[in-house]
Design a protein around this ligand. Sequence first.
Ligand code: MSP
Length: 506
Amino acid sequence: MARFYVTTPIYYVNDAPHIGHAYTTVTADAVARWHRLLGDDVFFLTGTDEHGLKVARQAEVNGLTPKEQADSTSERFKEAWQLVDVAYDDFIRTTEPRHARAVQHLLQRIYDNGDIELGTYEGPYCVSCEAYYTEAELVDGCCPIHRRPVELFKEENYFFKLSRYEKPLLDWYASHPESIQPDMRRNEALGLVRQGLQDISITRTSIRWGVPVPWDDEHVFYVWYDALVNYCTAIGYGEDQARFDAWWPSVQHLIGKDIVRFHCVYWPAMLLAAGLEPPHRIHVHGYLLVGGEKMSKTSLNQIAPAELVNDLGTGAFGVDAFRHHFLHDTPFGPDGEFSHEGMVNRYNADLANNFGNLLSRVSTVVAKKCGGVGPSPQEGSPLEDVAARAYESAADAWRRVAPNEALDATWRLVRETNAYLEANEPWKAEPGPELDAVMGDALEALRIVALLATPAMPSACAEVWRRIGLDGSPTDQRLPDAARWGGYPGGSAVEKGEPLFPRKRD
Ligand code: MSP
């Protein structure tokens, strides 16, 4: 059985969950659901990043201890993921004892291998990034990402000898050309290494809110070097070797473009230094922009998932339409613009006018002209090839973590089925075998659409499944067999329910 281990970044607990976080997490969830449909052994990890100066300072602002701040915000992330139907297998918190043990184990190995040494660091530090910069990287004296003033830090630190890993990293990029997606991000990582790598400071003494360094209790690890290890902790690193060995080779990280340096340069180097394989795949996405700007606490332009899912004044879309919007509207890679108007347009086009309309046409005609019982599909139907192509393209796209392409392929089948109905006009036809054949085909196409769209819209697709009279739910099905033409049995009662996706006013 194939294994599929997928991760999201772990989110800082200084900030509440917003749709940028939801975008990555829902994508990981949908991809995990696709692999479950394939029958793969799936492990989907998300969680929260709870150490570091940024969290400690936010806690102070809120009059909380860092632990209290972490407890309440990580709970908010869990609630948000529950709201948007994210079915993770594990939610890791970096303040858990299992995580401290894994971090200490991994970094101790690097230390024992001689790749961590004591030194003094002095340089500009951005608290928002939790990272040091060189003078050359600053833009007008500010952090190149946050455009905010940096702070000058000087301290005695342990350094990871990253400079020794230029060649091993270049060799790894060369021998694993697909490991960083898309190519543009691979080139970015290559560029960073080719510019030359400096050793990086990985501990600090000025803060206690972190994982203690096992060989020197004056120090704690910098938040980033504790955070990255979460991907190993969750699969038993240092505690259950067999479990770790089973999952690690299949790991696929989903990350935003701002954390490429950490995931595509520092992390593979740390893994190599600890005698472990670098990640199988790193998929990098762009930002979700609102009014052309990245959502951020300082710009006050953050949108919480609940604002779009529930009715909080902006109009409720519900969970499935929420998930579908971000998966279908925003290609995984470039930046994407979010607007309420764009969301209404896509909802009306894809869900109300296409998918929802197909379901309501089919159930109305079956109720009126087939006695409410769904006929079986024809062998050699004109839709058979269309469905086979939709499956092939969707499967390929989900495998590449390209949900928008997978849904484009699925929606080609929706549109072709609507066109097939328009060409045959069953609403005008007399009851009989010809009409039954057309309706059987449309029901079979709907069954396949419900299957292919399940990773994006688990509840709505289960509802379509039920309404067209199928037993169980799409999640019990196994691909590719279940997507083959001819699976709709015929003879089941089809329910003519309320519109699944009522049209929204602009
Ligand atoms: N804690 C680190 C990650 C450690 S992973 C070992 C971190 N946390 S974060 O909460 O600031 O960001 C987490 C992820 O959310 C990043 O991948 C970031 O790109 C993503 N996003 C934050 N705002 C975003 C948008 N507006 N749009 C899309 N993704 C965004 O970095």
